[in-house]
Design a protein around this ligand. Structure first.
Ligand code: NAP
Length: 349
């Protein structure tokens, strides 16, 4: 199936290209970026940014977003401000948009999905009142939310979670190419990321909510979040404390985390285990644990009792793969496996 990538020259766009250039279902037919990049060969459009370009897209001409796009499915890595109108427009032109941007995530008719956490929420699509030839949007959550939700899922399922307190240490790549200046980042920690704490508080209850016809009844958690930008390239690390509804033990929580398997677990981008649990006292670490061949797994470690809430632990995930491009591709695979992206005409351009 032909697919396009809008925002293809950015950090997330480049991960899409890398992951899709060897994908069993999807073939890149369109690379889209801003007017400044349009009509240039991809390698020229990313001249000052890129580290690795797969050979088959090197000379491919970059399209503008208003061009006729030869694909039904579009992966979006647009900045949110641009995505608000641009993604709606793509939907009206018949495209199915798998988006990383936050612009439409909290709209009641937009499924916000992590296949291991709430695959049933794609059911919202069936309830949409769509015009003939219109597409739809499926969003993946914010990068720090995805890894947190995956770690919380088996614990909430088994013991019920009442309160969540999370402190994040987020990589520079999470802010995109123009996000944090070199002088701001060097030898520094920035204890503020615009809108990030709010996204955690809003998106987690939607993800764990119950699908009820055409809407999601949000789960009732009490959530406190503090977000920090730290001077590493890739990987968000989170200190998480939780209060549970049921009494249990550290070994039972550990068992739930280790035994967790997502549904479905057999899509091309599904990790073998959604959670990799570490026993070592100083793991997980971004440099040590994210370099391997399991970028779609979330790493959990340092599970222990907490004096204020019940338990605390560390979660680590790769923000541009598990937290962005890989997450959208997994959502597209889920839709594909349910027959939701095939056989419909595109009215583009
Ligand atoms: P980025 O590096 O700044 O890339 C932005 C991309 O959007 C570039 O390809 C840029 O093209 C394109 N663009 C900008 N304005 C445009 C316009 N008017 N029309 C068409 N294309 C336009 O950002 P990023 O980090 O990849 O993030 C992309 C999205 O994913 C954001 O919404 C972000 O919040 C979200 N996200 C990012 C991460 C992460 O870890 N970075 C994780 C989860 C979600 P030009 O090169 O031509 O300017």
């Amino acid at each position: 199936m032909k697919v396009g990538i809008v925002g293809s020259t950015g950090l997330v766009g480049q991960q899409f290209i890398r992951l899709l250039s060897r994908h069993p279902y999807f073939e890149i037919s369109e690379l889209v970026a801003s007017e400044e990049s349009a009509n240039k060969p991809y390698e020229d459009a990313v001249e000052n940014k890129i580290r690795r370009i797969p050979e088959k897209v090197r000379k491919k001409s970059v399209s503008a977003i208003d061009d006729e796009l030869d694909c039904r499915v579009i992966f979006s890595a647009l900045p949110s401000k641009v995505a608000r109108e641009a993604e709606r427009d793509l939907v009206e032109r018949g495209h199915i948009v798998l988006t990383n941007a936050s612009a439409h995530r909290m709209e009641s008719h937009v499924p916000l999905v992590i296949p291991e956490v709430n695959p049933d929420h794609i059911g919202l699509i069936e309830e949409l009142d769509r015009e003939d030839g219109e597409g739809f949007i499926v969003a993946n959550p914010n990068c720090s939310v995805i890894q947190l939700a995956i770690a919380l899922k088996p614990i909430h399922e088994k013991f019920g979670i009442k309160k969540i307190d999370v402190v994040t240490l987020q990589a520079l790549s999470g802010a995109g190419y123009d996000g944090v200046g070199a002088l701001e980042a060097a030898d520094n920690v920035i204890p503020y990321i615009p809108n990030e704490e709010e996204k955690i508080k809003e998106e987690i209850p939607k993800l764990f909510g119950e699908l009820n016809g055409g809407e999601i009844n949000r789960e009732k958690f009490r959530i406190s979040s503090s977000c920090n930008r730290v001077n590493i390239s890739d990987g968000h690390l989170e200190n998480v404390s939780i209060e549970l509804e049921e009494e249990t033990s550290t070994s039972e929580v550990k068992k739930a985390l280790e035994e967790f398997r997502g549904l479905p677990q057999d899509l091309p981008s599904s990790p073998e285990t959604p959670i990799k649990f570490s026993e070592e006292k100083d793991r997980p670490q971004p440099r040590v644990d994210l370099g391997g061949d399991t970028p779609m797994s979330v790493h959990v470690g340092r599970l222990r009792e907490d004096n204020i809430l019940d338990y605390k632990f560390i979660v680590l995930g790769h923000n541009t793969i598990r937290g962005a491009a890989g997450a959208s591709i997994l959502n597209a695979e889920l839709l594909y496996s349910k027959g939701l992206v095939q056989d419909q005409k595109v009215v583009s351009g």
